[in-house]
Design a protein around this ligand. Structure first.
Ligand SMILES: NC(=O)c1ccc[n+]([C@@H]2O[C@H](COP(=O)([O-])OP(=O)(O)OC[C@H]3O[C@@H](n4cnc5c(N)ncnc54)[C@H](O)[C@@H]3O)[C@@H](O)[C@H]2O)c1
Length: 333
């Protein structure tokens, strides 16, 4: 397929997913603007400093003037900026609401005003809530259980309303992301287990049989790149799950255990979190031919190699790797 070259704004581009996505976008030839508060470190793109196609803007998506300047000359937006898990959101719900929801409509309007032609929104597979269906497909009723998920749903709806000729919009509902990235997260399940196995020789599982969909971080980024390459009519108004690797929590722990030499113990404790869902990732293949290339094992291997190579500073405790700890520390208003 012919490569479409774009001028892409990635909001939240210095976060976990963005830090892996931005280099891939640059490698593919796109111009990239990162708009981010850099909550998880200023040095995320130190390897790319001086890159002629990278513009980094430190600031808040709630700052209308800054957004106005950032979106200028961009034709595509990938909107990742977010208080991006339930515990961080619950630290300060009014802050979470202001970032995850209230800023969304003005942001989209500014994008339209500036002539942005494509808007890709990172929603979440948590919008479905708990489902009994064997396969959670995009057409099922959305029953979000938390405010974080509820506002993802409302933003999806807002974006659908904003669609217009010349303003193409689509939504991605990612599974939980795993693997190594320049801005690392050690607060998502596979990464937590890998960190525990490496440091403690022990993995702590709560529950076990619940299914939790995951996606390798490179595949997550490939989804966004793949969307950029599609013609407007293939993506406009579309919603896709991203991820099709549905293991139970116990199976994920076993996958992690099996990637380490030596004896890794798996300890299991009960949980009161009943969520178990089997996300179906087939629609993105049938609509635009996207296929996953990397396994959860690959993600664990790569993360374990990064741990062995000493790429992280104090990975069990450093707040930079844990959204809730860092949000507590920066005390954002
Ligand atoms: N990581 C996952 O497992 C996962 C799963 C499903 C959906 N998602 C979604 O994908 C997106 C990216 O997730 P992530 O894991 O990279 O999250 P992340 O927390 O690592 O990154 C979010 C980024 O947004 C920035 N940010 C937060 N508030 C901001 C504001 N007001 N103005 C500007 N920047 C701000 C932060 O500094 C951070 O760099 C999020 O929207 C998240 O909800 C992620």
């Amino acid at each position: 397929m012919k490569q479409r070259l774009s001028n892409v704004l990635v909001s939240g581009g210095a976060g976990y997913v963005g830090s892996a996505l931005v280099p891939m976008l640059l490698d593919a030839g796109h111009r990239v603007t990162v708009l981010d508060l850099f909550i998880y470190g200023e040095q995320v793109f130190s390897d790319l400093s001086g890159h002629p196609k990278l513009r980094q803007i430190k600031g808040d998506i709630r700052d209308q003037k800054l957004v106005q300047a950032a979106v200028e000359k961009c034709d595509t937006i990938i909107h990742l900026a977010c208080i991006s898990n339930d515990p961080s959101y619950d630290l300060n719900p009014s802050l979470g609401r202001s970032i995850n929801f209230e800023s969304f409509k003005p942001f989209v309007e500014e994008a339209k005003r500036a002539g942005v032609r494509r808007f890709i929104y990172a929603s979440s597979s948590s919008v479905y809530g708990v489902k009994n269906e064997d396969e959670v497909t995009e057409d099922l009723l959305l029953e979000p259980l938390t405010d974080y998920s509820k506002y993802k749903v409302l933003c999806e709806k807002e974006l659908a309303r904003a669609r217009a000729p010349g303003f193409v919009a689509c939504v991605v509902r990612p599974s939980t992301v795993c693997g190594y990235a320049p801005r690392q997260r050690f607060d998502v399940v596979v990464n937590i287990f890998t960190n525990q196995a490496f440091h403690n020789g022990k993995i702590r599982v709560t529950g076990g049989p619940q299914k939790r969909p995951n996606i390798h971080i490179t595949d997550m980024c490939r989804v966004y790149l793949h969307i950029l390459q599609q013609p407007d009519e293939k993506i406009d108004g579309k919603i896709w799950n991203a991820g099709d690797t549905n293991y139970s929590i116990s199976e994920l722990a076993e996958i992690v255990r099996d990637q380490f030499d030596g004896h890794i113990i798996i300890e299991t404790a009960p949980t009161n979190d009943p969520r178990s869902y089997h996300v179906c990732g087939k629609k993105i293949f049938s609509d635009i031919g996207f296929e996953l290339k990397f396994s959860i094992r690959d993600a664990v291997c790569e993360l374990a190699s990064a741990l062995k190579a000493g790429k992280f500073e104090d990975p069990m405790n450093n707040p930079l790797y844990y959204n809730i700890k860092q949000m507590q520390r920066v005390n954002l208003k």
